[in-house]
Design a protein. Structure first.
Length: 215
């Protein structure tokens, strides 16, 4: 059993990560701006207030945990744009305050910087709306920052090209820099994305790097 703190625990992806971790017997702390908005109830779930943009708040939430998950900016729309890259810097700054006692960090990333079969990146696809491009590049900026960090154990998990609520199958494929896709496109359910993330918590394979999942 691991102790896991989750920022953004009431979001589309964050809530499913919480549920998946609880279903496997982990102890979860949901860290949100407004605890009243968390409707999940479970004996192993604790809900606390916290601000991902405040390093002191990050340090307080992370203290005593085995893993800190950031689900901030994880597919909840344009409103999270201004939070994505600053949150990455705040998370690292907060964990640095804990020194050797800092937990591992797993942060939700974006698909925009992944390579497509023709060698271009997803964000080079013609016709993408400006708001989506801005989110993709914000995630890319956050990933660029993480790649400069060597004193915090971090992992960045990019979804497939399309991620949306669906079935939990427990099956997925992984890659590092290349978009995981089939002839029908690139997709993953939020439920199976959460499976992959909790699998990475239980069996670490990607410390200090980005990886991606899809069907």
């Amino acid at each position: 059993m691991s102790k896991i703190a989750v920022f953004g625990a009431n979001g589309s992806i964050g809530s499913r990560i919480v549920r998946e971790a609880l279903s496997r017997g982990h102890q979860v702390t949901a860290v949100v701006r407004d605890p009243a908005k968390v409707t999940e109830r479970h004996p192993a779930l604790t809900v606390v207030a916290g601000d991902v943009l405040d390093p002191a708040s990050v340090a307080a939430a992370a203290k005593g945990q085995d893993v800190l998950v950031s689900a901030v900016g994880g597919g909840d729309g344009p409103g999270h744009l201004a939070t994505i890259e600053p949150a990455a810097r705040s998370l690292v700054a907060g964990l640095r305050q804990l020194g050797a006692e800092a937990p591992r960090l797993i942060a939700i990333g974006g698909a925009g910087s992944l390579r497509t079969p023709d060698g271009t990146k997803v964000w080079d696809t013609p016709g993408l709306p400006d708001w989506l491009l801005q989110i993709m590049h914000a995630h890319g900026d956050a990933l660029d920052f993480y790649r400069t960090v060597s004193d915090v154990r971090w992992t960045n998990l990019s979804p497939a090209g399309t991620i949306e609520p669906g079935e939990r199958t427990g099956h997925y494929r992984t890659a590092l820099e290349d978009l995981v896709a089939t002839a029908d496109g690139s997709r993953i359910s939020t439920e199976d994305y959460a499976v992959a993330l909790v699998d990475e918590i239980e069996q670490p394979k990607h410390v200090g790097e980005r990886f991606t999942v899809g069907y």
